[in-house]
Design a protein around this ligand. Sequence first.
Ligand code: UDP
Length: 164
Amino acid sequence: EAEQEIDFFFPQEQTLAVIKPDAMEGHKEEILGEISKGGFTISHLKETVLTREMAEEFYREHREKPFFSQLVDFMCRGPCLMLVLTKENAVEEWRAMMGPTDPEKARETAPQSLRARFAKDVLENTVHGSSDQQHAAEKIHFIFGDISADSDVLNEADVVSPPL
Ligand code: UDP
């Protein structure tokens, strides 16, 4: 009952965050630290190497774009860390922490953002975050299956690999 009261005043929202292969090579711990400092709860996480089919499906909204095949190659290049982040206003807050898609723009307009600090270019740009609640629900289901009945607290059983 106490939990319901808290949800009434501070409705929790979920978003899907991904630490992309470029950042997994050297910035994973730092990004996880920023997520924690940002006040997000990590309810699920999974380190995984996407297959081409999965990457194509994950980014299917972009299949007509000129950068699509490069994007799929990049996303399959090495492991990604997939995270379900929970917080009030999580979608927007995680997007703000990420910064603009192009790190050059990020360095001008959001120098503290993760992309400003760590991204190489507009393709290898460190992190992904859902753009709205609909996409968040869809992509979370695609990566983690049906987690709607799970609690917001990370269970050991949800940690596929590696444990933090
Ligand atoms: N991307 C790219 N070239 C572009 C735009 C995007 O390679 O001109 C890649 C980049 O990795 C980006 C992803 O495609 O993160 C998805 O693009 P979107 O426009 O959805 O940007 P995001 O929501 O990730 O900021």
